[in-house]
Design a protein around this ligand. Structure first.
Ligand code: HEC
Length: 445
């Protein structure tokens, strides 16, 4: 039979030279002999039975075992048969879903191979030069393969190789075939965050549920891969992804304050409706199961420190009126009113008749300019008057403002009638009351 001479029009066109004169000496196997479905292999002409010799042909993607759509991979065909003196191959790449068309695009990387285009199919085969270059064992041919632009499901590489004896005809050569199946790369899903409705509480008093603008705590497991905090600036919207963690309330991305493996703090979005809402924690792109929690118009909670003797109880932290304006101040020893035994920053309890600022979350929407996605340039009036109950004596707040995302300041005069000691303290707004687990320390005058 006559040797098949391939004229690679694509290479010629690429070089801008006359096809025939330049590369008429390229040889290779005629298309349709890679062993793909509907094809034969080299044994159609070369005498013998495929895969009956001692060697083998292998196909691999260099440094890859799966494909990402659109990405280019190096394909290596190895013809391993030590008795051979010449080697050639043919390769085609087909989607398992439709093996009669080619998947992706093959390209040469050197002169040892050529591409045979054929409508919706293409093949790669050796050149005359490649057949000679591959005289040593094993013979290696390389190509580039660019995966389809979109996920095409599993794809199979079909290859046939000839470990030839160099006698210039079809006798005495050994033919081998092989396949390589590659699947689209799946983004290996990392651990997903896990929490329950009982773990979704206000940040300070541990009561279940949320309200628009509330500083919310989620307790759970695998919530984040590493601790991280937001870095709010007036120049842009508050971060909704911190440390790779997102919190969705229904479909809204919440501003995230801080994350760690077992706790997330976030600001419930302004548009959280009343009733049941779904909360999803997305960790590094992997969403948790949705957790249904109750959202109320308001759900007050008072900043405090944990009662060291009673789990789940808190001592309120107050500051003399006007000193909470800069929240940094509440860290400073000397301005904090509370229970010195429980709070090292506290200098004393509040005094009867003293005007103090309570730091509160969960008071809901302000009458205007309500936002949970930006820092607040100056305090926004709540537009409603909370009541503060001091051990049974309820008084109207003298003012209430949203001072920072999630943080409200309620200014109130401690009734003259309160007696020294630890008294129950609640903040009430339109029937929503903070928990009965907060006490305020009243100092002796
Ligand atoms: C249509 C018939 C035909 C098919 C199919 C065919 N060949 Fe060949 N091949 C020949 C003929 C004829 C020769 C001898 C003439 C020559 O060397 O060019 C040959 C020679 C060769 C040689 C040189 C052999 C030597 O001993 O010198 C190699 C290498 C080769 N073919 C590779 C392949 C591969 C790989 C395939 C399958 C992918 C293949 N051929 C399929 C007809 C074919």
């Amino acid at each position: 039979m006559k040797q098949w001479v391939r004229v690679s029009l694509s290479i010629a066109a690429g070089l801008g030279i006359a096809a025939l004169g330049a590369i008429a000496n390229s040889s290779g196997a005629v298309e349709g002999h890679s062993g793909a479905p509907g094809e034969t292999n080299c044994t159609e002409c070369h005498i013998g039975t495929a895969n009956s010799g001692p060697g083998k042909v292998t196909v691999e993607l260099v440094n890859a075992s799966s494909y990402t759509p659109g990405q280019t991979y190096r394909v290596r065909i190895t013809i391993d048969d030590s008795a051979a003196t010449r080697r050639g191959f043919q390769l085609s790449v087909r989607p398992d879903s439709n093996p009669r068309i080619s998947a992706g695009k093959l390209a040469t990387v050197n002169a040892n191979a050529q591409i045979l285009p054929g409508g919706t199919q293409e093949w790669a085969t050796h050149t005359l030069a490649g057949q000679r270059t591959a005289s040593a064992n094993p013979g290696i041919f390389e190509l580039d393969w660019t995966a389809p632009a979109a996920d095409a499901g599993p794809i199979t590489f079909f290859a046939a190789g000839n470990a030839a004896n160099g006698n210039g005809n079809e006798s005495g050569d050994r033919i081998y075939t092989t396949t390589l199946k590659v699947a689209p790369a799946t983004t290996t899903a990392g651990p997903s965050a896990s929490f329950a409705a009982a773990g979704v509480t206000d940040a300070w008093n541990g009561r279940q549920g949320i309200a628009p603008g509330m500083l919310v705590s989620i307790s759970g497991t695998e919530l984040a891969s590493a601790p991280a905090s937001w870095s709010p600036t007036t120049l842009r919207a508050l971060d909704t992804t911190v440390g790779g963690v997102k919190v969705k309330v229904n479909t809204t991305d919440a501003a995230v304050v801080s994350v760690s493996a077992d706790r997330i703090l976030f600001i419930a979005p302004a548009d959280a409706p009343e009733g049941d809402v779904n909360i999803i924690v997305e960790r590094d792109g992997t969403p948790s199961a949705p957790v249904s929690v109750r959202s109320a118009a308001a759900r007050p909670a008072i900043l405090g420190v944990a009662d060291p003797d009673n789990a789940g109880r808190y001592f309120a932290t107050a500051v003399p009126a006007g000193q909470a304006g800069l929240l940094g101040l509440i860290q400073a020893r000397g301005s904090v009113l509370g229970r010195p035994e429980a709070d090292s920053r506290a200098v004393r309890g509040v005094l009867p008749g003293e005007e103090v600022d309570l730091i509160v979350t969960g008071l809901g929407k302000t009458a205007s300019d309500f936002t949970t996605s930006r820092l607040i340039p100056s305090p926004i009036a709540l537009g409603a008057t909370p009541k503060v109950n001091f051990g049974g004596t309820s008084v109207d707040a003298s003012s209430a403002v949203l001072a920072a995302p999630g943080v409200y300041i309620v200014r109130v005069k401690v009734p003259d009638s309160v007696t020294a000691g630890d008294i129950a303290l609640t903040v009430d707004l339109n029937g929503a009351t903070s928990g009965d687990n907060v006490r305020l320390t009243v100092a002796r005058q």
